[in-house]
Design a protein around this ligand. Sequence first.
Ligand SMILES: C[S@@+](CC[C@H](N)C(=O)[O-])C[C@H]1O[C@@H](n2cnc3c(N)ncnc32)[C@H](O)[C@@H]1O
Length: 223
Amino acid sequence: METTKGGGAAKSDMKKVSQHEFGGEDAPLSISIIENMKEEYGLFVWPCSVILAEYVWQQRRRFSGARVVELGAGTSLPGLVAAKLGSHVTLTDDANRPEVLDNMGRVCELNGVDCKVVGLTWGVWDSSVFDLEPKFILGADVLYETTAFNDLFATVAYLLQNSPGSVFITTYHNRSGHHLIELLMAKWRLKCSKLLDGFSFMPPHKASALSGNIQLAEIVALD
Ligand SMILES: C[S@@+](CC[C@H](N)C(=O)[O-])C[C@H]1O[C@@H](n2cnc3c(N)ncnc32)[C@H](O)[C@@H]1O
């Protein structure tokens, strides 16, 4: 289904509702996402989000009843899957992007889930950060702009250290920033506890629609 905001809208204003299915042929879980036709940060379902959402689905036993925070959630597919699995989910994105936060509220309504939607800018310390004590922190395609890596890791490190036993699960394009990621993990006293090729667990029909060299990492605080 495709809709436009007003007649004769430019492509950048056009929205569609995309369907995302989990669980094979029975497809016991289906999520609807409102996204822009234009590939715009925060208003488009990026491949990293499809891969992280599939991982959450496949790891669903871990998520039932857990507190989950999604950072840079944008269209929020992984967080919505977690919410459908019974997690208590807070979806967050840049506090300066009301259009993204508004869309997050709309997708929650569309899917009948009761997530909190909170403006959380990486590296900014306001009350919204201190109240979160997640077991899982999710982040799909949040490691794309190297100038933001330090702020992102500052927020992740705070959340991990403030919530013992928690884990940051992130999917990212394996680009040249990998060395910086390793440096910043050491700086913020974090370690990688699991590293997977993002395509290694994807059902073939989903993998064939995606491209890129995407990795999934589970990151925890050093003891
Ligand atoms: C590439 S998009 C990924 C969106 C979504 N996770 C996905 O994979 O489809 C990056 C997201 O990070 C958010 N973001 C960028 N800089 C941010 C910051 N400094 N603080 C919080 N969110 C930020 C953007 O608004 C956007 O939603």
